[in-house]
Ligand binder design. Structure first.
Ligand SMILES: [Mg+2]
Length: 274
């Protein structure tokens, strides 16, 4: 999405800060730490999840489920929308962008506003397959910091048959924190949230603030037709599936918590975030 144009007022701020904050954290984070997001050009590389190479999965020793997950104890996966599953832009953008997007799997919808603006959606490569397979295996929820008047019609495009997402959450379900950021508290998901078996996939590391050990960072998607992040994500989720508590594995892999702590110290000290 051309964030300046399309995201609901305020959303563009959150997203713009995402990149700036991630980059701001990068210089002071140890090389093996994960939160500093790589550039979009590296999206097709397996390292886009920022795995901690010093702590490969093979050395993780967390207990497994004694039996295969059932409907009652399936992994709960909350998915961000913009730049995680899709990239949207208003119709009428430049010819160059339209030409570039013709190579992508696209859809479109109209915003439910007085202007009824037409929105083009670039679907992240493999999105339909991912949602189809993941919704069978996991409890999927949509969790965006965008306003509902934008997110709701977008979700109708993504989940027209209403089979994929068990619930949808937008700006009003997020927590507003210092600096105008909107963060996502997984405890707002419906039912009794079992944080041991819940993850949030998001391109914005600030979203993970309430539960940093439940976060799976993913590189931002815009229009790369060679992007393979969702395929890699699916493989990773399947590896998490048998774990009784996914948090030690996520912490070991992504080290989000210490990076966010460092970010908070920088903010408290008044250091510029970008
Ligand atoms: Mg996002």
């Amino acid at each position: 999405m051309q964030q300046q144009q399309l995201h609901a007022p305020g959303t563009s701020t959150a997203c713009a800060v995402t990149t700036a904050d991630a980059n701001a954290m990068a210089p002071s984070c140890p090389a093996s730490k994960p939160v500093a997001m790589p550039p979009a050009s590296s999206a097709a590389q397996p390292s886009h999840f920022q795995r901690n190479t010093a702590s490969p999965d093979s050395v993780c020793t967390v207990p497994l489920h004694s039996s295969p997950p059932t409907l009652n104890n399936r992994l709960t996966v909350a998915l961000d929308l913009d730049e995680t599953l899709v990239h949207c832009r208003l119709a009428g953008d430049s010819t160059k962008q339209q030409a570039m997007s013709r190579a992508l799997e696209q859809s479109e919808f109209r915003l439910e506003t007085s202007e009824e603006q037409l929105v083009h959606v670039n679907l992240r490569p493999g999105l339909k397959k991912f949602l189809r397979e993941a919704s069978v295996r996991f409890n999927l929820h949509a969790f965006t910091a965008s306003e509902h008047f934008y997110a709701r019609p977008l979700l109708r495009v993504l989940d027209a048959s209403k089979k994929f997402f068990k619930s949808c959450h937008w700006r009003s379900d997020c927590l507003a924190v210092d600096g105008g950021h909107f963060v996502k508290d997984l405890c707002t998901l419906p039912g009794e949230t079992n944080l041991e078996r819940t993850v949030l996939v998001d391109n914005n590391p600030i979203s993970f603030l309430p539960q940093p050990r439940n976060g799976i960072p993913i590189v931002s998607y815009y229009d790369d037709p060679g992007d393979s992040a969702l395929s890699i994500l699916m493989d990773y989720l399947c590896k998490l599936e048998p774990l009784a508590d996914v948090r030690p594995r996520l912490h070991q892999t992504f080290q989000i918590e210490p990076a966010l702590e460092q970010y908070k110290r920088m903010r408290t000290a008044g250091a510029p975030s970008s």
